[in-house]
Design a protein around this ligand. Structure first.
Ligand code: AMP
Length: 414
């Protein structure tokens, strides 16, 4: 079905046409009809699915088509979002799609002066897009009145909870009329989100847009929580436990590539590095050695691996998490090619947790966590060959001592 076949006001269709939106996306197809009917909606959908227009189109239509219309009546639709960036982005979508309608949209968010926002509010607003903190401040000061709100939208509810906005959200909600339409959008769902959602919606239409899993089904990928300074011990363990496998190790920078290489050398693991500081010839040599299996471990940066045909490998280790979530997919995609099976593990230090969150958001689901028991964790470090030299020399000392005493005790040959 195309947008032109939808029962939406021509003023909005005109903007859709200008934007080049011909057909609704999956979420739009599923959400627009129930929203137009006035139903509550509970949707699990990520950014990139077209979710903004999924609520903006029907809300603009409903407000534009009203017979009795006065902006001074007060805010009719409230959109709560976690960040200033998202507030601006969503406001732009409402403004672009609503360009030929009589509906106006304003945004308020924290971190900037209140006064200009207050004066704009006084001019009258139909749709207000706001972050919860600033929203709550303005409501408490009496600059925003919410008793005329007919539609409440919560977008990226999971992110709002992560940022600790739950109290502000609840405080704002107390000012809203009970009889209203509520549209609840979240990228992920867990018990907390369900609790919040079901405390707000009534008999909602549930919509779940499962993003195409960007990681191949052939790859068994997981994450292990490991302190930054302990990563080398765990890499050593992965390599030793997978002897004979081709292992590609990704690190954040070329300096780290060399450092990890040196750490592996110390424990007698043969590896090569691939990074931007190496000239083309050296890079090709490293790559060929790896291809032929002469060297089983290749330590690379994202930049150096781009555009180079790295052969399929059995194991990918994200020694550092990639800064850009998409790179997770590129890295992990180096294994499990075609019909082959592959494995991948990512070492996530506490500092890297926010990056992991971003990656999981991009993937649309959490990555399996490898539970490492405390004992096992300590043992991995203790059994590293890096601490063994002491043990080795100790053993050698004992051996030499025993040999010496044996010699002493041996009766002399006649
Ligand atoms: P969102 O998930 O709302 O952030 O939207 C993701 C992107 O999809 C934005 O760049 C939109 O402009 C675009 N988009 C939304 N709906 C459509 C559509 N029906 N056809 C083509 N592009 C769309």
């Amino acid at each position: 079905m195309k947008f032109e076949d939808y029962h939406i006001n021509p003023a909005i269709k005109k903007s859709l046409e200008k934007l080049g939106f011909k057909k609704p996306t999956d979420i739009q197809f599923k959400a627009i009809p129930p929203i137009l009917k006035g139903e509550d909606v509970l949707a699990i959908a990520q950014t990139g699915t077209g979710k903004t227009a999924a609520f903006a189109i029907p809300v603009l239509h409903m407000l534009h088509e009203r017979k009795q219309y006065a902006r001074q009546d007060g805010i009719k639709c409230l959109v709560m979002v976690p960040t200033r960036e998202l507030a601006i982005q969503i406001t732009e979508v409402f403004q672009t799609l609503g360009k030929h309608t009589r509906v106006n949209t304003l945004t308020v968010y924290g971190g900037v002066e209140q006064a200009p926002q207050i004066s704009k509010l006084e001019d009258g607003v139909d749709i207000l897009v706001a972050t919860p903190g600033r929203m709550f401040d303005l409501v408490s000061q009496g600059h925003i009145r919410l008793e005329r709100v007919e539609v409440l939208i919560l977008d990226e509810a999971d992110h709002m909870l992560d940022l600790g906005f739950i109290k502000d959200i609840r405080d704002v909600l107390r000012h809203l009329p009970r009889k209203r339409q509520t549209l609840f959008f979240s990228a992920t769902i867990n018990e907390y989100i369900k609790d919040l959602a079901y405390s707000l919606v009534t008999k909602p239409i549930r919509i779940q847009i499962s993003p195409k899993d960007p990681v191949s089904k052939n790859v068994d990928h997981s994450v292990a929580y490991i302190g930054m300074d302990d990563k080398r011990f765990f890499l050593e363990r992965v390599i030793k436990e997978n002897e004979g496998s081709k292992i590609l190790v990704f690190v954040r920078t070329k300096v780290r590539a060399e450092r990890v290489h040196a750490a592996m050398e110390r424990v007698e693991i043969k590896a090569d590095t691939l990074h931007g500081d190496k000239d083309q010839k050296d890079r090709l040599t490293a790559l060929n050695r790896f291809k032929k299996g002469e060297v089983k471990v290749l330590i690379a940066t994202d930049v150096s691996s781009r555009g180079i045909d790295i052969p399929s490998v059995e194991y990918v280790v994200n020694y550092d998490l990639p800064d850009v979530p998409e790179n997770y997919v590129h890295r992990v995609g180096r294994t499990g090619r075609g019909t082959q099976k592959g494995k991948s593990v990512s070492f996530c230090s506490p500092e890297e947790k926010p990056i992991l969150d971003e990656i999981e958001k991009y993937l649309g689901k959490p990555i399996k966590v490898l539970d490492i028991e405390k004992q096992d964790y300590t043992a991995t470090i203790d059994f590293s060959a890096e601490v063994k030299p002491d043990l080795k020399s100790l053993m050698k000392e004992i051996h030499d001592f025993e040999e010496a005493t044996k010699k002493k005790k041996k009766p002399k040959k006649k």
